[in-house]
Design a protein around this ligand. Structure first.
Ligand SMILES: NC(=O)c1ccc[n+]([C@@H]2O[C@H](COP(=O)([O-])OP(=O)(O)OC[C@H]3O[C@@H](n4cnc5c(N)ncnc54)[C@H](OP(=O)(O)O)[C@@H]3O)[C@@H](O)[C@H]2O)c1
Length: 191
């Protein structure tokens, strides 16, 4: 079933790991794939591996200037975003009393601020009446776990999943209410 054939899929952190595996799968299913990554060489190599005219854009999701430039390029070259996988994220694990401001900022700038503003900057490119999907791997798995070194199965992890789902549901509501016409937004959560 080629339900994403012809759709434009933007995947942050698409240069390796889960992001690149998703990009390959989406290409095979006929989507137009755009990957974002912070290292230009790594992004270029990943584009070669994914094949099928995938597009690579260098961007650090924790930097708004990078996101602005990346989505301006996507607007110019493709013009729309049907599927957004806010996948870029980091894992930094320290005992809580060894967590410095620098570590805190690195984790939250990538896994929370980065996910939020990736969605924020993509929203204007989602077509009215289009079928779009938000998915965020990074924030769900890591922020509380990394900051408090808490076992993944704990209630903190579950609380964080709930926070992500809440964030995405609210984003979906904002999109529905702010547009000039109703737009179908599926706000799914990948963990
Ligand atoms: N693997 C797991 O068991 C697991 C479980 C739950 C959730 N997750 C989350 O799922 C996502 C993918 O996991 P993974 O295992 O594929 O991780 P991974 O192999 O470490 O890949 C993470 C990707 O995110 C990119 N990235 C990190 N910070 C970035 C930034 N500031 N701007 C742009 N790109 C950035 C990395 O780029 P670089 O190459 O430049 O580092 C890389 O492409 C991550 O967010 C991870 O936290 C993973």
């Amino acid at each position: 079933m080629r339900i994403i054939e012809g759709r434009t899929a933007v995947i942050t952190g698409g240069n390796r790991g889960i992001g690149m595996a998703t990009a390959k799968e989406f290409r095979q299913l006929g989507a137009c794939v755009i990957i974002l990554g912070r290292n230009a060489d790594s992004v270029a190599e990943a584009v070669e591996t994914i094949g099928g005219e995938a597009l690579g854009v260098r961007a650090d999701v924790s930097r708004l200037a990078d996101l602005d430039r990346a989505f301006a390029e996507i607007r110019e070259k493709v013009g729309r975003v049907d599927i957004l996988f806010a996948n870029a994220g980091i894992g930094r694990f320290h005992p809580v009393l060894e967590t410095t401001e620098e570590i805190f900022d690195e984790i939250t700038d990538t896994n929370f601020k980065g996910v939020f503003f990736t969605i924020h900057r993509a929203l204007p490119l989602i077509p009215d009446g289009g079928m779009s999907q938000f998915s965020a791997g990074a924030y769900s798995q890591s922020t509380m776990y990394q900051l408090f070194n808490t076992p993944v199965s704990s209630r903190h992890f579950l609380a964080e999943q709930a926070t992500l789902q809440d964030l995405q549901a609210k984003v979906a509501d904002v999109v529905r209410l702010s547009g000039t016409q109703f737009r179908h937004i599926a706000a799914n959560c990948e963990t």
